[in-house]
Design a protein around this ligand. Structure first.
Ligand SMILES: [Zn+2]
Length: 74
């Protein structure tokens, strides 16, 4: 019979294992390169997704607002 401390240890171990595996999958995922800004369409450097922090912030604000309002998009 396991006690509460054993159950807690197992839950912590499982959570850490899942987090390490997720980080490993993310690290092994190939980097996606972009040639144009995903917000304004200007060319980007080094395969960046946005041409500037302003575009990144505007895109993030737009997408989070849509998500918060329950609007589905691409
Ligand atoms: Zn841009």
């Amino acid at each position: 019979m396991s006690d509460i401390a054993d159950d807690a240890d197992k839950r912590i171990f499982d959570a850490v294992t899942n987090a390490v595996e997720a980080a490993s999958r993310a690290a092994n995922k190939p980097k996606q390169y972009f040639t144009d800004c995903n917000w304004c369409g200007d060319p980007t450097e080094d395969g960046a997704q946005w041409c500037s922090p302003d575009c990144r912030n505007d895109a993030w604000r737009y997408h989070t607002t849509l998500k918060r309002n329950g609007i589905k998009h691409e």
